[in-house]
Structure formats: structure tokens, C-alpha cells
Design a protein around this ligand. Sequence first.
Ligand code: PEP
Length: 261
Amino acid sequence: MSDRTLLLAGNWKMNHDHLEAISTVQKLAWALEDAKLDESQCEVVVIPPFTDIRSVQTLIQGDKLWLRYGAQDVSRHAPGAHTGEIAASFLSRLGCTYVVVGHSERRADNHETNDLVAAKIKAALAQEITPILCIGESLEQRQEKTHVDFTLNQLDESLAGFDAAALEGIVIAYEPVWAIGTGETATAADAAEMATAIRARLDEKYGSPLAASTRILYGGSVKTDNVAEILGSDDVDGALVGGASLSGPDFAALCKAAVAK
Ligand code: PEP
């Protein structure tokens, strides 16, 4: 058993407006209480669309809930003339703990490169927001058995230019693209293989303290009935959850199953 805190992060993607966000977070908080879960057992994070964050902040801070929250993306730029962008300093003012960077949907829809992802990580870290860096291979790469090399190259390039001190606390999410939103899940062995390879690469490049303390999540069709198996490896420290985080009670049930594993 590692001493890294189990992390369950719910990426809502472009789902739930701010009113739905309030009701979802309330139901999640009640269901977590019913399940007798608290921050001594795991960290639970919601990652809503930008337009929901103020409402989520007001609810979580006002009711002193132990949930944390974050954003799904961040601009590489400081505030200024960048229409449509959201600066890390704005997320910081809203109390965001985390920001997702390099999600495969953004890499695909917005042509985000590893260089851009690295710049976003830099912007987040400068505001003391923890990046959740998403990396993972396509189906073709897995079939060609180049998945480990591809994913580690994404890791290397997305973290280029940082040293171990800068990266302290960063979270890595291994998300095979073919498993996201498809109902296809990597096997526990697949998730473990990649998490172990990522940790070894962190060790090689940044040293053992960073490798030992960095949380590595699995993401891709994680549900209540498969989360315990996926978290079977000591190297997998939690899950980045899409569809199954959209309902408060369902996400709480998934968190309960993860804690019980
Ligand atoms: C995700 O969006 O990061 C994700 C893993 O989605 P899903 O759980 O729906 O596959």
C-alpha cells in the first residue's frame, strides 16, 4: 500500500449548466455522507465547465464541503488580449485546486500539442494550481504495441523544461483514447503496466522522491463495477472519471467502491 491519497476526479466535460452543477454537487455531498466517506479516505474532485465554477465554489465553500474542484483547461497566456481564453490566475481566484491539461478530446478537437500542454502546465503551476496531465495512446498505437513509447513520449514532452521541485504534486492521468467514453476499459493489467512505466520514467528523469509521491490515475470508462479492479495495482492511485461522474449518487457509489478495494 502506498501512502499516496486516493484521488477520484470527475470530469464533467461539456455537461451540466450551472444550475445542474449545484444540484449534482449537493447530491454528491449527500451521497458521500450517506456512504460515510470523508477526506481521510480519499480526495473527491469535481471538474465542471468554466461557467459552473463560481456556483460550485459558492456551494462548496459556503457549506464547508470537503470536495475539491477544478477546471477542464487553462490558457497558456497571462490575462490580456486573448479572446475566449481563461487565465490560470482567474481559476486561482475561484479557488480551483486542479486543472486538467492535455485531455485527448482537446488534443483531437483543438489540435493541442505537447508543447502547448507544457505551456499550460507552466501557467497553472505559476498560480499554484495542480495540473492533471492526461496522456495515452490511440487504438492503433496499442495494436501496433507502440503504446508505452508513445505515452512516455507525451509525458516527456509535456513536462519538458520542468525540474522535480516544480513538478511536486502534479497528477498524471493515463487515459487510453480508445477507452474514453466508449464503454471499453483497459484491463487492470494494462492500467498497471502503464502506471508502472510512467512511475519508472519519472524516477529516471526526476528522481525517486518525485516518482514515489506523484499520483497516477487511470481514466477510460471507469464505473462503479470496475473501479476496484482497475485500482488493483499499487501504482494506480485513483481514477479520472467522465460519464460516471455526472450523477452525484453514481459518483459517490464509485468513490465508495474505490475506497473499499
Ligand atoms: C474522461 O473524460 O477523462 C473519461 C475518462 O471519460 P469516461 O469515463 O466517460 O470514459
